[in-house]
Design a protein around this ligand. Structure first.
Ligand SMILES: NC(=O)C1=CN([C@@H]2O[C@H](COP(=O)(O)OP(=O)(O)OC[C@H]3O[C@@H](n4cnc5c(N)ncnc54)[C@H](O)[C@@H]3O)[C@@H](O)[C@H]2O)C=CC1
Ligand SMILES: O=C(O)[C@@H]1CCC=N1
Length: 284
């Protein structure tokens, strides 16, 4: 069972949050929090890259630190936003503080399990493993969340409020499914971008000017996405309405089906799901 909500949090979730890692995804989440009314003083960020760090301070007014141990001071929620490859090492440097302060640990890393985070931080930690996606930048993201048994109702609410600034939230009860969430929605924007790239190339190959090709593709993707989310109709029904028997869409859709698009999508998502498990094992 999973539940989805698309409400925005009430402004400024209580407490102070520390981001460990201030890269692309952290920037999107921080931007969402500030846009939703979080006081900049309640957001602290650890980021070793000086330019990245100063950019966050300049754009959002948040407190920035080169050192993670200082950034987490006074924060009741720690958001781990570093690459899976460095997560273990980053947790090790914060283990003593984590054992002393018992924060709510929230991870956005692909593959890394709640059990790994718990172990690397010293054990008995309340951990929420999440998977946001890049449309978070526009508040149009979707995040899957899994809470380990040590997370209480207040911890779940806190994690949900933090991620809801980025868009819709979906709780996942079975952590084993988080790699599939990663493969579908975490990586998913790239699949849509790939389709847009391919359509743009094809449009140019048909002789359309580059700027016209770009506009036609972008507005088609935007319009289709809005119909998908706003019409209440299924993808299959919306497709059926575009497809006149014997018409142009029919010719194209038949080509996609004959080429095995569905099997290819299933295999792509399977491979991405498997890679999540590999990231966990390789960085243990
Ligand atoms: N990019 C995406 O679409 C998504 C990424 N994720 C996850 O988010 C995490 C971060 O990914 P991105 O933001 O794309 O990567 P990124 O490379 O932009 O950000 C990672 C940041 O961590 C910093 N960092 C490295 N060592 C550090 C340390 N010891 N302490 C503090 N910060 C440190 C780096 O300087 C960098 O700015 C990854 O685990 C990824 O799996 C999750 C959902 C979507
Ligand atoms: O490609 C990755 O590993 C990350 C996780 C989901 C999106 N980007």
């Amino acid at each position: 069972m999973s539940t989805a909500t698309d409400h925005r949090p009430s402004p400024a979730a209580p407490g102070t949050v520390a981001f460990i890692g201030g890269g692309n995804m952290a920037r999107s989440l921080i931007g969402g929090l500030i846009a939703n009314g979080a006081a900049p003083a309640t957001v602290r960020v650890a980021e070793p890259n000086e330019a990245t760090r100063q950019g966050l301070a300049a754009d959002f007014g948040v407190s920035v630190f080169a050192d993670a141990g200082t950034a987490v001071d006074g924060a009741d929620a720690w958001v781990f936003a570093v690459k899976p490859q460095v997560m273990r090492e980053v947790c090790a440097t914060l283990g003593d503080k984590a054992r002393a302060e018992r924060p709510l640990a929230i991870s956005i890393a692909a593959g890394i399990t709640s059990a790994q985070l718990d172990r690397w931080l010293g054990g008995d930690m309340a951990v929420v493993r999440t998977m946001p996606n890049t449309p978070a930048l526009l508040g149009a993201g979707v995040t899957g969340l899994y809470a380990n048994p040590l997370v209480d109702a207040a911890g779940r609410a806190r994690a949900e409020a933090l991620l809801a600034s980025a868009g819709t939230t979906v709780w996942i009860d079975d952590e084993a499914k988080m790699d599939a969430v990663t493969a579908v929605s975490g990586s998913g924007p790239a699949y849509v971008f790939l389709l847009a790239e391919a359509m743009e190339e094809a449009a140019k190959a048909e002789g359309l000017p580059a700027d016209a090709a770009r506009t036609l593709v972008l507005q088609t993707v935007l319009g289709a996405a809005r119909m998908l989310t706003e019409s209440g109709e299924s993808p299959a029904e919306l497709r059926r309405r575009v497809t006149s028997p014997g018409g142009t869409t029919h010719a194209a859709v038949e080509t996609f089906e004959a080429g095995g698009l569905r099997a290819l999508a299933a295999q792509a998502i399977r491979n991405a799901t498997v890679r999540g498990g590999e990231l966990s094992a390789a960085n243990d």
